[in-house]
Design a protein around this ligand. Structure first.
Ligand SMILES: Nc1ncnc2c1ncn2[C@@H]1O[C@H](COP(=O)(O)OP(=O)(O)OP(=O)(O)O)[C@@H](O)[C@H]1O
Ligand SMILES: C[C@H](N)[C@H](N)CCCCCC(=O)O
Ligand SMILES: [Mg+2]
Length: 227
């Protein structure tokens, strides 16, 4: 079973786009690939009288395996806030056991699982739990998505340091060109390539800016070994 945990330099940087691209790439050579939004903050009507999170729906659309919602999105919080605040407002506490058991169900039934975090690496899930703790509990290699924009160098380098300090391998990073007006994007990319490369983390994909982001198109940027 192949698995990875996708984190980012921030919220809104392209983790869902990159996670879906990874699923499309893996789906070319593996029969059963599935995405997981372990903790989702922000629910919308699903059109069938229930509620769903838009990242979860995007991951499902890129997956080849259909699973119960309790497995691919074990924690769904209504408010689009930091998960610990959304949980507090919902009167619940996010804990690891239900998430880990959902993940183990997915892992047992699939060839590849891509787990998308929420926001960045140190986002709190409760007063005593963070996204980093979740990734460590899952023991998955980490893929860091960098939304290429002014400020991302600091965010990327701090995040890479924190991932290494957690003991998890940083399998690589994905650049998402979210800001078409950014100045000197190539110089910034080269800086990150050098700095993250020196930590052993290769650039897995350079996702161009897309007016209508399409993960299947983006997936061709990923290297052959992820396909
Ligand atoms: N390469 C790109 N080209 C165009 N738009 C992009 C690109 N990457 C990201 N975006 C846009 O930026 C926004 C945020 O992306 P996305 O939803 O993937 O963020 P995220 O990191 O998954 O955030 P969250 O923490 O909420 O899960 C989306 O509207 C997405 O379409
Ligand atoms: C609601 C949003 N789309 C994400 N799922 C959660 C982002 C949490 C960010 C918290 C923070 O770093 O301030
Ligand atoms: Mg997302």
């Amino acid at each position: 079973m192949i698995g990875c945990f996708v984190t980012g330099t921030d919220t809104g940087v392209g983790k869902t786009l990159a996670s879906c691209a990874l699923l499309h790439a893996l789906g070319r050579h593996h029969a059963r690939v599935v995405g997981m939004k372990a903790v989702a903050a922000g629910a919308e009507p699903d059109g069938h009288g229930g509620w769903a999170n838009e990242d979860t729906l995007a991951l499902r659309a890129a997956s080849t395996l259909a699973v119960p919602a309790a497995w691919d999105n074990p924690v769904l919080l209504a408010d689009p806030l930091s998960p610990h605040i959304a949980a507090q407002r919902a009167g619940v506490e996010v804990t690891l056991p239900p998430i880990l058991s959902a993940y183990h169900q997915l892992a047992a039934q699939s060839d590849a699982v891509v787990v998308e975090g929420a926001g960045g690496w140190r986002v709190p899930l409760s007063d005593s739990l963070s996204i980093a703790d979740l990734a460590v509990a899952l023991q998955l290699p980490v893929v860091l998505v960098v939304g290429l924009r002014l400020g991302c160098l600091n965010h990327a380098l701090l995040t890479a340091d924190a991932i290494r300090a957690s003991g998890l391998p940083l399998a690589g990073w994905i650049c998402s060109r979210m800001d078409p007006h950014m100045l000197a994007p190539e110089d910034n990319l080269a800086t990150l390539r050098r700095a993250l490369g020196s930590l052993g983390a290769p650039l897995l994909a350079d996702l161009p800016h897309q007016v209508r982001p399409d993960p299947r198109t983006a997936s061709v940027q990923l290297p052959q070994e992820w396909q």
